[in-house]
Design a protein around this ligand. Structure first.
Ligand SMILES: O=C(O)CCC(=O)C(=O)O
Ligand SMILES: [Fe+2]
Length: 397
């Protein structure tokens, strides 16, 4: 029998040319909510120059820009890992420099890159995906037993949930946070859930610290700058294990739009690390050409993307990547590790990117917890008009 996933892969060839997906969607409207600030601000905030006229004024571009298809670069992290062949010497230093340059370029273009030889054991990643399949295929009532506990004091609703019916986003997720907080509600079955995930957090936290150090270097900051900025290790990350059920063609989402996996959005944190099963669907908007680029699954790799905090701290030098999960003909599972800050952290453009660079701050400062609350409210109490959801442009000057 033909594998339906292969069919999907065949369909999903590079998106150099305008396709219906590039047309205006409900999710796009949500993304460019900064329209209210005017065309230039919106363009700057969402970094979608070529797609912008289409989104805002319904102008259809006859042909795509003629330039090479943008790609998501793959960066080999082995030169940074102790005990690897490339651990020392001039060649290793050159390899580290090359990897750093590749990351620096990605931070300023799509805000997306993949990492390989990242140190997170492949069998642990595979195990997490298996557990996710096992958990999400269970009856809703059973999954709800891992639902958030009212008044737990957790910074976000930790536990199992599915997106509100009124939203076109069709996914279920299990939200988790560092185990030291005591907020996590692990499913009792499958029984290995907790053990596997707790091992995985540790590995991903190591990877996140390494990548943060590289990114700090790219920003001209001391290597441990981002890590130390959030002095509170127990609010270093959040995790979302997501299940995207098949979306039947023509199924209308909330508010009259089409159903989708996840509407185009920017992550509200520092950096996000994603791995998944072998089903495509993740796409990122290219900052220059306005093309949606597929981030196809590649076994063993981890996809990294920039979030809003880095965009603010770098005063828009780095792009909080605009990305989405499009409908797929088969179920999909992914695991996202959001490196984040404690709610009490003050976020603002850093002087290195403002006064020292002779540039005005593009954002006013805010406590991270306040922004997190706005983002959570978008989910728990979605406004009637998607453009009223609060995103980082709320703090734009
Ligand atoms: O499922 C994915 O590939 C990405 C998920 C995502 O963008 C998110 O959880 O914010
Ligand atoms: Fe995301």
């Amino acid at each position: 029998m033909e594998d339906p996933r292969r069919k999907e892969e065949e369909k999903e060839k590079p998106l150099q040319h305008a396709t219906p997906r590039h047309g205006r969607q409900k999710g796009d409207a949500f993304l460019v909510r900064s329209l209210r600030f005017g065309r230039e601000d919106c363009r700057e905030a969402a970094r979608v120059p070529a797609v912008w006229p289409k989104l805002c004024f319904g102008v259809i571009m006859a042909s795509p820009p003629s330039r090479p298809a943008p790609t998501v670069p793959t960066v080999d992290l082995s030169p940074f890992l102790a005990g690897t062949a490339a651990g020392g010497g001039g060649a290793a230093e050159a390899a580290r420099d090359a990897a750093t340059r590749a990351i620096a370029a990605a931070l300023q273009t799509t805000g997306f890159f993949r990492v390989v030889n990242h140190g997170v054991p492949a069998e642990l990643m595979d195990r997490a995906v298996e557990l996710s399949r096992d958990f999400f295929r269970r009856p809703y009532e059973e999954k709800l037993r891992s639902g958030p506990v009212e008044g737990s004091g957790a910074p976000v609703p930790v536990g199992y949930a599915r997106q509100p019916e009124s939203l076109p986003d069709k996914n279920e997720y299990l939200m988790l946070c560092p185990p030291e907080t005591g907020f996590n509600i692990y499913p009792a079955d499958p029984p290995q859930f907790r053990e596997v995930l707790e091992k995985l957090y540790k590995e991903l936290a190591k990877l996140a610290s390494l990548v943060e150090d590289i990114v700090s270097g790219c920003m001209g900051l001391p290597p441990n700058f981002l890590r130390d900025y959030n002095g509170n290790r127990i609010s270093d990350y959040l995790v979302a294990m997501r299940y995207f059920p098949v979306i039947k063609a023509g199924s209308g989402g909330g508010g009259g739009g089409e159903d989708t996996g996840l509407r185009a959005h920017m992550d509200g944190n520092v950096l996000t690390f994603v791995f998944q099963d072998d089903v495509a669907g993740l796409e990122v908007l290219d900052g220059d050409g306005g093309e949606w680029i597929q981030v196809s699954p590649e076994k063993g790799t981890i996809v990294v993307n920039v979030g809003d905090i880095l965009q603010v701290m770098s005063n828009n030098r780095y792009k909080s990547a605009l990305h989405r999960v499009v409908p797929r003909p088969v179920d999909r599972h992914s695991y996202a590790f959001f490196r984040t800050f404690d709610g009490g952290s003050w976020v603002e453009p850093l002087p290195q990117f403002t006064a020292a660079a002779g540039e005005k701050p593009q954002y006013k400062g805010f406590f991270y917890g306040e922004y997190l609350q706005h983002r959570m409210r978008n989910k728990t109490h979605p406004p009637a008009r998607p453009e009223d959801e609060i995103d980082i442009s709320h703090y734009a000057i």
